[in-house]
Each structure stands twice: as structure tokens, then as C-alpha cells.
Design a protein around this ligand. Structure first.
Ligand code: GLC
Length: 533
């Protein structure tokens, strides 16, 4: 892939996801809030990221912790108010950072006034803002669709004698994006926040937004086994990724572009060919960054990674900018999945691949598996399908800031337990230790910022070793070789043909001996390459 020159901020920058319930509590209720985020902005700036994506902060009954929105243009009182939000955005901008909000357009809360009206009678003007259907021929749900959180996607409403659709919890009714009034109301929501100065949005489950007009049954998934989520019994052929959803994406992009330098990031889980369509075309662009979760979803070995990187790069439209994600509030912690040593390798991979990286709060400390006693589990997805042990709480535990009571996160017992090792694994301790994960992240982020090769350079995969992943990043006269040893044994690597091996710029280890053509067990290294002969 060739080097790019004309680059907007969101191509060069790094996005940092803040889960506001768990970042910093300022008022002693055990739940993080906006004033807490403000108090920690210097930390974010010093980390060396460019933009903050804030998970939902809107009024919400919290059935799905903010992804059930009861008012798209307000601030949840637990988190603060609009005045605090305005202060947050100006403090963010004062530090040269950007702010992306989490827009949740597929569904609202069942407590949203729109839904309360919609369910009040069949002829209410807002009835059609949600998706209502008569019962099927047998008196059951209108079709076989399964909610992402298990069970039917349809909930019976006794009072009006119809079912409504919910792709997630029954407390999250799906909005009807075929209705022009709803569409106009949602454009007003985007304008409301853009006018307040936000730099863009992460758009929740964007590929869910329109359903097949005739609501046919989804086909059975022949690959399903009982260990897998109930949702995956069916292929979501008719309930997601409909062609009409792309027209919404075009409209949202047009609106964002009318404000200048803003960015839209779409949450999308699809195979490459369909995923790439969410970029749109140069004439009709859609989201700038369709989130790419492949590092989370695939096995952690060099052969698999090489394959997914090659396939993904190969699937991008010529004008499409790549992006990579390694953790989120929905996924297991990377350090829990691959171990602490490989988590450093993962950090190096994330920050040296071509494309915008998204980093999730706490991963910069290497937080790993967290013990959550059953009585403290809160994730509604887990509580509905507990037998699968798929809880998302373990990646949502509060940020450990120091070794004071409750890790400096709060003055009260936090809503979720802290990571077990918070007394040692916290921001203060890691700031003081030059070999810590946090200092490693800071170093890599600074290196990335200063290196055109890493931010906008070309990308070429090298080597064919099953344990070592290597690639070249190049811009101008800067050529870098990245060698990542995915195994727990030392491995030899070859210097790419025609180059000389220059300085070691960074290693995941405190002391690296990599110049000899060998990378140590679990080591990742960035080398400078000297001129091609
Ligand atoms: C997205 C969010 C997740 C939420 C779901 C429903 O996947 O990331 O946390 O539960 O959408 O809104």
C-alpha cells in the first residue's frame, strides 16, 4: 500500500476510548462522571493520543449502561449536565485533543418519550417511529429473529396488541429508519452536538439500522454449536446490512462534512467485502472509518495475523483509510487473552500497522483478567446468557489511578470491582517505572507521532515465518522494519533483501539484543533500515 500525503487528523491520530462510568468519579457515588474525565484530561494528553471517544453519556435508565438512550440531546445526571459537557469539550480542545461522542441510532430506551408515545396507541403519530408488527400466524412473534442478547427479537405489547422489534434488550426498541420524520429528528440530534463542537461520532451498530421490508425469517446457521451465542443460531441476513442502510450512512456523512473536519466511525461486524462497502464511493462517501475488529476476533499467531492483515488491506477501496482496534468495553482485555508479554507485542502491532488505531482505557496499563464475584456482575448480556461466561464487566472495571483507597477512582466502593492487582498495577506506579506498560505505550505513541513512516507511510508485509510477523513502513527517507515474535522462544529473522539493519528504535523488552538478527521470546522490535542497495 502506497504512502499517503494529504492527511486529515483522524488518519494520523490515535483514538482513545473512555468508558465514562469507569474512568474517574468526582462526586463519591462510585460511578465515573464528566467532571472526573475533565480532572484526568492531562493524563490523556500526556499519554499521547489525539482523540477521545466517549461511550454514551446521555440520559439513560442504564439497562445497557447508556446504550439505551432516553434523550439524545441531554446529559445523564449521573455523569453531569450540559454545562459540564461544554466545559469538557473546551478543556479537551484546549489540550489539542478531539472529542467523538457515541451516537446510538439503531434503538432508543423504552423510556424515551418517543417510544412512550409510540406504544401509547396504534394511531399515535410516533407509532411508525419504531417497528411494530402483528403476531405471526400461530399467534407468536412475527418471525424467527433472535436478539443479540438471546431470546426472540420481538416483545409483545399487551395494550396495543402488537409486537415491537428489539435487536438487543427489550428495553432497547429498534427505531424505524424508513420513517422520514424519525430520520429528520436524528439529523437534528447530530446537528445539536456538532453545533456544540464535537469532532465526530462513533456510530453504534450502524449495520443494523434498516431491516428487510418484508421481515422474512433469517436462515439457520449450519455452523452453530451450543457453545456459541444463541444469536448465532441464525445468519442475520435480513435483519442487518440491508442496502438501504448505506443510504443513511451517505446522509450522515454529508451532514458531518457540512461541518468541515469531522469524522464518523461506524461499528460494523461483517466480512471484508461487505465491510468495505461502508466506506461508500469517492462520490458518495459513507463513514470515514468502519471499525475493524479483526485483531480482537482472530487467533493470536503470526500466520493468522498475516492473513487477516493482507486480506483486510486488499479489501479496502483505493480511497479508504484502514483502522485497527484491539480492545473495547465489549471485548475481553487483550492482556487477558494473550498474556502480558504478548500484550506489549499487541501494542506494538496496533501502533505500527497502517491505519488509525483505537486504544481502550486501561489496556495501556496491561490490565488482564479480573475476578468479578457473581453477585457483582452487572452486564445485561451476561446476566441473560450466564452459562457462556461471556461477561463484558471484566473489561469495564474502574481505572486504577494510584494505591489510595478505591485506587483513586472514587471515595466510595466502585460500581464494579477494581482489577485484582490494582495496588501494583495503577497509573501512579507505572508512571514511576520506566519499564512499565504505560511508559512503553507513551514511548510508542510519541514515536508514532514523530514518524511519518508509522503514521502515513506505506506498508509491506515481509517474511513467511509462522511465529514471526514482520513488515516495513516507509515514508520519504525513513524506512522501518517491525519484527514481532508471537512465540515464547527466541527466533531468527531476516533483514529484507537489499536493506541494511540499522538502529533498534523500540523493543517490547527492557533490554533488547535484537541487532544480532534474533528477536527474544515474546519480543517485538522496531528497527531502522538503511538504504536499499
Ligand atoms: C454496541 C455497544 C454495546 C451495546 C450494543 C447495543 O455493540 O458497543 O456495548 O450493548 O451496541 O447498543
Amino acid at each position: 500500500m502506497a504512502e499517503r500525503r494529504d492527511t486529515p487528523w483522524w488518519e494520523r491520530g490515535v483514538i482513545y476510548q473512555i468508558y465514562p462510568r469507569s474512568f474517574q468519579d468526582s462526586n463519591g457515588d462510585g460511578i465515573g462522571d464528566l467532571a472526573g474525565v475533565i480532572a484526568r484530561l492531562d493524563y490523556v494528553a500526556q499519554l499521547g493520543v489525539d482523540a477521545i471517544w466517549l461511550s454514551p453519556i446521555f440520559p439513560s435508565p442504564m439497562a445497557d449502561f447508556g446504550y439505551d438512550v432516553a434523550d439524545y440531546c441531554g446529559i445523564e445526571p449521573l455523569f453531569g449536565d450540559l454545562a459540564t459537557f461544554d466545559r469538557l469539550i473546551s478543556e479537551i480542545h484546549a489540550r489539542g485533543l478531539k472529542l467523538l461522542l457515541d451516537f446510538v441510532p439503531n434503538h432508543s430506551s423504552d423510556q424515551h418519550p418517543w417510544f412512550i408515545e409510540s406504544r401509547s396507541s396504534r394511531d399515535n403519530p410516533k407509532r411508525d417511529w419504531y417497528i411494530w408488527r402483528d403476531a405471526g400466524a400461530d399467534g407468536g412473534p412475527p418471525n424467527n429473529w433472535i436478539s443479540d442478547f438471546g431470546g426472540s427479537s420481538w416483545e409483545w405489547d399487551e395494550a396495543t396488541g402488537q409486537y415491537y422489534l428489539h435487536a438487543f434488550l427489550k428495553e432497547q426498541p429498534d427505531l424505524n429508519w424508513r420513517n422520514p420524520e424519525l430520520r429528520a429528528a436524528m439529523s437534528d440530534v447530530l446537528r445539536f452536538w456538532l453545533d456544540r463542537g464535537v469532532d465526530g461520532f462513533r456510530i453504534d451498530v450502524i449495520w443494523h439500522m434498516i431491516k428487510h421490508e418484508a421481515f422474512p425469517d433469517n436462515p439457520l446457521n449450519p455452523a452453530w454449536t451450543p457453545e456459541v451465542r444463541e444469536r448465532d443460531k441464525l445468519i442475520q441476513l435480513h435483519s442487518t446490512d440491508q442496502p438501504e442502510a448505506h443510504t443513511i450512512s451517505v446522509e450522515m456523512r454529508r451532514l458531518a462534512d457540512s461541518y468541515g473536519d469531522r469524522v464518523l466511525v461506524g461499528e460494523i461486524f461483517l466480512p471484508n467485502d461487505r465491510h468495505a462497502k461502508w466506506y461508500g464511493t469517492p462520490e458518495q462517501p459513507q463513514v470515514h472509518l468502519p471499525f475493524n475488529f479483526q485483531l480482537i476476533e482472530n487467533p493470536w499467531d503470526a500466520a493468522s495475523l498475516r492473513q487477516i492483515i493482507a486480506d483486510y488491506e486488499g479489501s479496502l477501496p483505493a480511497f479508504g483509510w484502514p483502522n485497527w482496534v484491539i480492545g473495547s468495553h465489549d471485548a475481553p482485555r487483550i492482556a487477558a487473552r494473550v498474556g502480558e508479554a504478548q500484550a506489549r507485542v499487541a501494542a506494538m502491532l496496533l501502533l505500527t500497522l497502517r491505519g488509525t488505531p483505537t486504544l481502550y482505557q486501561g489496556d495501556e496499563l496491561g490490565i488482564g483478567e479480573v475476578t468479578i464475584p457473581p453477585e457483582r456482575m452487572r452486564d445485561p448480556q451476561h446476566l441473560r446468557e450466564p452459562e457462556r461466561g461471556i461477561g463484558r464487566d471484566r473489561s469495564r472495571t474502574p481505572m486504577p489511578w494510584n494505591d489510595a483507597p478505591f485506587a483513586g477512582f472514587s471515595t466510595a466502593e466502585p460500581w464494579l470491582p477494581l482489577n485484582d492487582d490494582w495496588r501494583a498495577r495503577n497509573v501512579a506506579a507505572q508512571s514511576a517505572d520506566e519499564h512499565s506498560m504505560l511508559r512503553f505505550f507513551q514511548k510508542l505513541l510519541a514515536l508514532r507521532r514523530s514518524s511519518p513512516a508509522l503514521t502515513i507511510g506505506s506498508f509491506t508485509l515481509k517474511g513467511a515465518d509462522d511465529e514471526v510477523l514482520s513488515y516495513i513502513r516507509q515514508a520519504g527517507d525513513e524506512t522501518l522494519l517491525i519484527v514481532l515474535n508471537l512465540s515464547s522462544q527466541a527466533r531468527r529473522f531476516a533483514t529484507p533483501h537489499g536493506y541494511g539493519l540499522g538502529d533498534t528504535i523500540a523493543s517490547t523488552l527492557a533490554r533488547s539484543d535484537a541487532k544480532t538478527g534474533t528477536v527474544a521470546a515474546d519480543e517485538g522490535v522496531i528497527f531502522r533500515l538503511t538504504g536499499k542497495h
